[in-house]
Design a protein around this ligand. Structure first.
Ligand code: NAD
Length: 322
């Protein structure tokens, strides 16, 4: 049994990872300030004897030092996330996403514990390649556009984690998530799938930003969590970066149509300019598709559930909590 700390454990991905760790017999401490997560996300395991939920912030150094005592594995998921939240408050994004990561890495050194860093496809910025491999160039827009603060902050985290691996041998694994979706994800911070499903379920219209030709890949959270856990159990993954997600490209218009077909064929799809949603200085990434060969070669698996299956699962969940 390992003693695990899951920062952001009451969030969307954390609330799927935590039950998985508990089911495998580990002890889990969740640290979450409930900024975008909620206690209810962990309802199914709330009374589990090996779970301890601490409501507090990763910016609280004393608390972190206390919680890190005796920890074997850290899953660092807590972050300021969501296109809208980040565009609205880039300073908060940088403070939440950089300094606590450095402090956690320092604490991890004391016990040489294994460390998973949740990074993002946003670190590739607007690199124009069809598919991104892990050693691709990072291509951010100007600092006058706040949305790049998120990808930049995660890139700094990656530099820090890799430096701790190279300098001190800390066993860090970096996962770059590509549009993770599934039950318990909420739409109000700019996540596209729950937003579309909510809009369709309340009679529409579904609001597609811009022309809808933007391309994304949607991976089911349970498969993503399974990959994260497996990577942390694979010694050769230490010191490495992995793209984690589906590699099947889907346009945003196509996503909207699939949601309409499943929820209510009468719902209208409308297109609105980005600026209306995120302000005048917003800039989007047109295409975001990973190469997941490294993940497959390391684990022998990668997320493969189809968009249809994923949407069915999300709609089932939405209906169950209505
Ligand atoms: N969902 C995706 O598609 C996706 C894609 C790329 C990267 N990621 C990364 O995965 C991680 C988890 O994201 P998620 O989708 O589950 O989002 P989420 O918002 O549901 O989870 C983040 C959690 O961190 C918590 N948190 C935020 N600030 C905190 C603080 N100061 N102290 C303690 N807790 C704090 C939130 O309350 C929330 O529970 C994040 O690091 C995110 O950057 C997610």
């Amino acid at each position: 049994m390992a003693k695990c700390l899951v920062t952001g454990g009451a969030g969307f991905i954390g609330s799927h990872l935590t039950p998985r760790l508990l089911a495998d017999g580990h002890h889990v401490t969740v640290l979450d300030n409930m900024a975008t997560g909620q206690q209810g996300n962990l309802a199914a395991v709330a009374d589990h004897p090996n779970l301890d939920v601490q409501v507090g912030s990763i910016t609280d150094q004393m608390l972190l030092a206390d919680l890190m005592r005796g920890v074997d594995v850290v899953y660092h998921l807590a972050a300021a996330v969501g296109v809208k939240l980040v565009a609205d408050d880039p300073a908060h994004t940088i403070e939440t996403n950089i300094y606590p990561t450095e402090w956690l890495l320092k604490l991890a050194l004391q016990t040489n514990c294994r460390f998973f860093l949740a990074s993002t496809s946003e670190v590739y910025g607007k690199n124009p390649k069809e598919r991104w491999t892990e050693d691709e160039d990072l291509l951010f827009g100007p600092t006058s556009r706040p949305r790049w603060a998120y990808g930049c902050s995660k890139a700094i985290d990656e530099f820090l984690a890799l430096a701790y691996h190279r300098k001190f041998g800390l066993p860090v694994v970096i996962g770059r998530f590509f549009n993770v979706v599934g039950p318990r994800q909420v739409g109000h911070y700019g996540m596209v799938v729950p937003r579309f499903v909510d809009q369709a379920m309340s009679g529409g219209p579904i609001q597609v930003f811009d022309d809808g030709a933007q391309v994304r890949c949607f991976g089911h959270v349970e498969e993503v969590v399974d990959c994260v856990y497996s990577l942390m159990e694979t010694p050769s993954a230490a010191g490495e970066i992995f793209n984690i997600g589906s590699d099947v490209p889907v346009s945003i218009r196509q996503l909207a149509e699939e949601v309409v077909a499943r929820v209510n064929p009468d719902v209208e799809i409308v297109h609105i300019p980005y600026q209306e949603a995120y302000g005048a200085d917003f800039e989007d990434v047109r295409r975001r598709v990973p190469n997941v060969d490294k993940l497959r070669n390391t684990l022998g698996k990668s997320p493969t559930r189809s968009l249809g299956e994923i949407l069915d699962d999300i709609i089932r969940w939405k209906n169950s909590v209505k």
